[in-house]
Design a binder for this molecule. Structure first.
Ligand SMILES: NC(=O)C1=CN([C@@H]2O[C@H](COP(=O)(O)OP(=O)(O)OC[C@H]3O[C@@H](n4cnc5c(N)ncnc54)[C@H](OP(=O)(O)O)[C@@H]3O)[C@@H](O)[C@H]2O)C=CC1
Ligand SMILES: CC(C)(CO)C(=O)C(=O)O
Length: 328
């Protein structure tokens, strides 16, 4: 039986752990606090469009209690990744792949990228190259997840709409058996899980949702539906989507979706973006992956993003004022 461990099982990780378990994998999670205690006692309960699911999984705070597995999914927030990379060693056998399922530009973006920027590091996302040193690009898979989710009480995760997907892909663009192995279980558990040849394209597509909803909802302190119901904010989000599409294009990815259609879809979801959930719950915010690094990439490529920059800088100040973002 395939052993899959989810490291950092909060909203997304618990959802993926549930899908993998429903899909026949032997699943373990690394978690902590009241969520860990509740999962140990009652399993993970997932409320989703296809019903309420309850799965029993091995739940530990110490990866050494689990030992080597066939695949690891890392689903912490981005600021926690260096700590995760330090803790993960007991889960790794010689060939264990590690899929980083996080929002934003990933730490490994330019590794196995090809072209003139091949091998560039992004120190804001991997300070001291600790993730690269401890996990390594050879094990790394990219993951992009669509699942508006939240831990609604310890042990319980709610996923808010039916269009749930996990894209997996190798940084070098190959379509590997190890990614397919994970995908088979996620798919069998009821979540679409394509293994794609260009995971960076999916990263840009997903980032559009975060660029357009994250900073605006941080500033409005409201969910996407409420925020985007204001015509001026809807128009601002469309401008940000246009700016984001220009940025993606500058990095070789034509997203080819109408900005207005994209924002109309976001405006139907009464979901508080996870970065707003972090602000409300006092958790370190993913400002670098979702704001600072995209703005750095825009500057490097000569792309103007005035509307996004204004909102992102204000959101960054809000995060700093709340003590949830410490970097420059
Ligand atoms: N939620 C959503 O709707 C979506 C989120 N995403 C992205 O998915 C990623 C995960 O987000 P999400 O699931 O919402 O985040 P959560 O905060 O809900 O989950 C992360 C979990 O990791 C735990 N954790 C962190 N460090 C450790 C550690 N060292 N040991 C054990 N547990 C640890 C956290 O515990 P603790 O709470 O104690 O810190 C938390 O339970 C993010 O990049 C996010 O942007 C993508 C799409 C949608
Ligand atoms: C808003 C959403 C669901 C999609 O952009 C997301 O990724 C998040 O909550 O972080």
């Amino acid at each position: 039986m395939t052993r899959i461990c989810v490291f950092g099982a909060g909203a997304i990780g618990s959802h993926l752990a549930t899908r993998a378990a429903l899909g026949g994998a032997e699943v373990s999670i690394v978690a902590r606090g009241p969520h860990l205690a509740a999962v140990r006692e009652k399993g993970i309960t997932l409320h989703a469009h296809d019903g309420v699911h309850n799965v029993r999984v091995q739940a530990e705070s110490d990866p050494a209690a689990i030992g080597p597995v066939d695949a690891v999914l890392v689903t912490t927030k981005v600021p926690a990744l260096p700590v995760a990379a330090r803790a993960i060693a007991p889960l790794l056998g010689p060939d264990t792949p590690v899929a980083f399922v996080t929002n934003g530009i990933p730490w490994w973006y330019f590794l196995r990228h090809g072209g003139p920027r091949e091998g560039e590091r992004i120190p804001l996302l991997d300070p001291g190259a600790e993730i690269e040193d401890r996990v390594g690009i050879a094990r790394t898979l990219g993951g992009v997840v669509y699942s508006a989710s939240a831990v609604t009480e310890p042990g319980v995760v709610t996923s808010e709409h039916a269009d749930i997907r996990l894209f997996l892909g190798e940084p070098d663009g190959s379509v590997s058996e190890r990614a397919r192995m994970i995908a088979r279980h996620i798919e069998a558990g009821g979540m679409s899980c394509p293994v794609v040849a260009d995971i960076r394209h999916r990263i840009w597509g997903k980032l559009m949702g975060n660029l357009t909803s994250g900073p605006l909802c941080i500033l409005s302190r409201s969910d996407m539906k409420t925020t985007l119901a204001d015509p001026a904010l809807f128009a601002a989000a469309v401008r940000i989507a246009d700016e984001g599409a220009a940025l993606a294009l500058a990095y070789g990815h034509d997203l080819a979706t109408s900005s207005e259609a994209r924002i109309r879809r976001s405006g139907m979801i009464a979901h508080k973006p996870s970065i707003l959930q972090d602000l409300e719950l006092g958790r370190a915010m993913e400002i670098d992956a979702l704001c600072t690094v995209p703005l750095d990439l825009a500057r490097q490529a000569g792309v103007e993003m005035p509307t996004f920059e204004l909102c992102a800088r204000l959101a960054t100040q809000a995060a700093r004022a709340a003590g949830l973002y410490a970097a420059a």
